[in-house]
Design a protein around this ligand. Structure first.
Ligand SMILES: Cc1cc2nc3c(=O)[nH]c(=O)nc-3n(C[C@H](O)[C@H](O)[C@H](O)COP(=O)(O)O)c2cc1C
Length: 222
């Protein structure tokens, strides 16, 4: 999208779709519906195989934000992750990439259980804490949010869009990271709220909070 691209009416912000240049209408065309010219896409710049280009490319991949929890009591820790993916539904298994140098790796390896909590759009502070943005470590990352213990013992976030209680099935170490495969033992479903997503180095929201939908439909009893 170029900076001069027009925004579609009713949309704001950097996510607003761009409208392509509209060809000037002549008298004879006035009655016809407007024709929209689709601009030819700019060729993607050449990608090299260095880490900076790799990171740059991945900035464009929007990812749902999860918090991975692991450990018990004072040993609890965890991380914010966008690498979570569904591996299979039969049996239910998930996987994610875990940095071998993270504080979570040795705890997860030892406790053999973890929780995957899909964050809603209001839970950015939780994402910041679990990323250790202000230097939070271990159990301090659990502050200012409500948790319950899953059947594997992993903490599950109350208010998450969904929370998966997992047993470690396999840990495959590769390069700087491990691929953690987890067998899902319990699934807690939350409310249909807006999702927290990470895109181009920043948090965004996707969709509507259930409260907003209720208000918009006039269903709230005042
Ligand atoms: C949006 C976002 C996504 C992240 N995704 C991952 C991930 O998928 N895997 C990972 O190991 N770390 C990921 N991190 C980094 C961790 O959240 C955390 O900062 C890192 O594990 C360092 O934690 P430590 O202080 O416990 O060592 C991500 C951070 C952010 C902000």
């Amino acid at each position: 999208m170029t900076d001069s691209a027009e925004r579609l009416p009713g949309t704001v912000g950097r996510n607003a779709p761009a409208r392509a240049a509209i060809a000037p209408t002549t008298r004879s065309e006035e009655a016809k519906p407007m024709s929209v010219v689709t601009p030819f896409p700019k060729p993607a710049s050449r990608i090299q195989d260095d880490p900076a280009s790799f990171r740059h490319a991945f900035r464009h991949l929007a990812g749902g934000v999860s918090v991975i929890t692991t450990g018990h009591g004072d040993e609890r820790t965890g991380l914010t992750a966008t690498s979570v993916a569904s591996l299979s539904a039969e049996p239910p298994t998930v996987m994610f990439g875990l940095n071998l140098s993270s504080s979570s790796f040795p705890i997860l390896e030892r406790s053999r259980g973890f929780g995957v909590n899909f964050l809603n759009a209001t839970q950015k502070p939780v994402a910041d804490r679990f990323a250790g943005r202000k230097g939070e470590k271990g159990a301090a990352r659990y502050a200012d949010a409500e948790w319950i213990s899953g059947m594997t013992g992993a903490p599950l976030l109350i208010g998450a869009l969904a929370a998966l209680d997992c047993e470690v099935e396999e840990i495959i170490e590769r390069h700087s990271h491990a691929i953690v495969i987890g067998r899902v033992r319990d699934i807690r479903l939350g409310v249909n709220d807006a999702a927290l997503v990470y895109w181009r180095g920043d948090y965004e929201r996707l969709g509507w909070m259930s409260e907003e939908v209720t208000t918009a439909l006039g269903l709230r009893a005042f």
